[in-house]
Design a protein around this ligand. Structure first.
Ligand SMILES: Cc1cc2nc3c(=O)[nH]c(=O)nc-3n(C[C@H](O)[C@H](O)[C@H](O)COP(=O)(O)O)c2cc1C
Length: 194
């Protein structure tokens, strides 16, 4: 079972650190992981040129072509985004929109994969759940099975309060609890829990 983690932050700070920890926890549970970050990458927004509908590939030959094969081989997806203006980062949204080409080539590309979400906000209630809901909407409409962490602590997924620093995120005990709970349910669904 393979998991791909996608970091939607342009910085090597809180979101990046949390995603690395999430992938480490999944490896401990027996999964193989790969990761992709938007940091330093060229990822254009979707241009809605509809090239993909007839040619079954994206005409924008940028760094999304590094992610496409990782998504292809993945059984599970972990999207981790910083919260920007109450939702996902523009970089995360661009990645999601550019997946249209994959679905244009194969309508069932994502079907049956499992997905979980991590959102990291500078404020305690800065829009983490809205950001996760955007990711879950992407999952649902593409046939990915969305996994939350369950009630009493994690709800829709892993939510962190970074206070705008890596250190703040590292000290957010409730955030780590929500991540552990979400990872548990995610690996339960994928059937590889040790
Ligand atoms: C453009 C921008 C918009 C932001 N909007 C929000 C917001 O709406 N809510 C929030 O809690 N934090 C917001 N933040 C703060 C980031 O979510 C926070 O610093 C987060 O830890 C950044 O993740 P990173 O350390 O992985 O880059 C914003 C930051 C930026 C740069």
């Amino acid at each position: 079972m393979k998991i791909v983690g996608i970091c939607g932050s342009p910085r090597e700070k809180a979101t990046d650190h949390i995603l690395k920890e999430a992938l480490r926890m999944l490896e401990e549970r027996g999964f193989a992981t790969t990761s992709f970050t938007v940091r330093g990458k060229r990822i254009s927004p979707c241009l809605h040129c509809d090239f993909c509908l007839t040619n079954k590939e994206c005409r924008i030959r940028d760094d999304m072509y590094q992610l496409y094969p990782l998504l292809q081989e993945a059984d599970g997806i972990v999207f981790a985004t910083p919260v920007y203006n109450g939702g996902v980062s523009a970089q995360t949204k661009a990645v999601m929109d550019r997946c249209r080409a994959l679905v244009a080539a194969d309508f069932d590309f994502f079907r049956g994969k499992a997905g979980m979400a991590v959102a990291v906000g500078g404020d305690r209630m800065g829009g983490q759940e809205l950001a996760i809901t955007q990711i879950i909407a992407f999952y649902v409409l593409n046939g990915v099975i969305p996994v939350g962490g369950g009630s009493f602590g994690a709800n829709l997924g892993a939510t962190f309060w970074s206070k705008d620093t890596l250190e703040g995120a590292m000290e957010d005990a409730e955030g780590w609890r929500s991540l552990r709970k979400t990872i548990r349910r995610f690996s339960d669904l994928l059937g590889k829990e040790k």
